[in-house]
Design a binder for this molecule. Structure first.
Ligand code: NAD
Length: 278
């Protein structure tokens, strides 16, 4: 099965579907990522704060898959944004992953009260220029943060990885991204199992019409909206299910019905608001 790719502003491309490892414990990460690679995933999304980069790296090493067939993302944690710390942090992440470079390095949160996210971005630019990450981007950045990064450095993030699912669509961030050529990565794409998406008739009916599960219908919604998506599961049958999303296509009406699930007042959010994470 060939996963479509999305072109990034760096000139590199990213597989649109990947595997995320948030909350996968360190001692289970190697097995989970090994299974994901067996299923066919080639894009893995981790972060320093997930504390499972070693397990991800061990699975990569064991797999024997050529490096250039993999797309590996990791993230700079919030307490390493100031001074030269991002340089130390990427080297630590690369050591743990057992890699010479990552494909994508992100600042994890803007933590605006600390006011260090612009410094972090200038260091990510140096990290990219040093060849330690092919592409660089951000996570959880709102238009006001993105505007500041571009105004102060002239460099537009390749991606913004934000909480995004049918009940929380962040249309202001999507509009910024569309205008500036930044691609959107959806975190919590299934609502982290916390938002009752799967029972909703718009999702359940679309799933029934195509003979797929509600999770598959939601992943398909992300793909057809042009988002990059990496659902997480530690269970192999769900990894397989979440990867098996290229044999059907939602209709325009089904997409529109799922588009309509966002309460628009922000109440569908399942994670922390970026302005509150400091
Ligand atoms: P998710 O929406 O992918 O939800 C994962 C949960 O959904 C699983 O634990 C499981 O309970 C359920 N699930 C998965 N597949 C299913 C299936 N087929 N059927 C039924 N239930 C299923 O949430 P997530 O893990 O938070 O997000 C995905 C990835 O996004 C993470 O692993 C991580 O890589 C990334 N992420 C990034 C940030 C950030 O701040 N940048 C925050 C959270 C997550």
């Amino acid at each position: 099965m060939t996963v479509p790719t999305i072109d990034l502003n760096s000139g590199h491309s990213i597989p649109q579907l990947g595997f995320g490892v948030f909350l996968v414990p360190a001692d289970e990460a190697e097995q989970a990522v090994s299974e994901a690679l067996e299923v066919g995933y080639r894009h893995i999304d981790t972060a320093a704060i997930y504390k499972n980069e070693e397990g991800v790296g061990a699975a990569i090493a064991k797999s024997g898959i050529p490096r250039d067939e993999l797309f590996i993302t990791t993230k700079l944690w919030n307490d390493r944004q100031s001074g030269e710390q991002p340089h130390e942090a990427i080297r630590e992440s690369l050591d743990k992953l057992g890699l010479d470079y990552v494909d994508l390095y992100l600042t994890h949160w803007p933590t605006p009260e600390k006011n260090t996210y612009v410094n972090a971005w200038t260091k990510l630019i140096e990290i990219r220029d040093a060849g330690l990450s092919r592409s660089i981007g951000v996570s959880n950045h709102l238009p006001e943060h993105l505007d500041r990064l571009v105004a102060e450095t002239g460099v537009v993030p390749a991606v913004d990885q934000i909480e995004l699912h049918p009940a929380y669509q962040q249309r202001d961030v999507l509009a910024w991204a569309e205008k500036n050529g930044t691609k959107i990565e959806s975190w919590g794409p299934l609502g982290q199992g916390k938002y009752p998406l799967f029972e909703n008739p718009a999702v359940a009916d679309a799933a029934a019409a195509h003979g797929v599960t509600p999770a598959q219908a939601v992943i398909r919604w992300h793909l057809q909206k042009g988002f990059i998506v990496f659902p997480k599961s530690s269970r192999k049958e769900r990894m397989e299910q979440n990867f098996d999303v290229f044999g059907f296509e939602l209709t325009d009406a089904e997409i529109a019905a799922i588009d309509g699930l966002d309460p628009l007042d922000g109440s569908g959010r399942v994670g922390t608001h970026p302005l509150d994470f400091n």
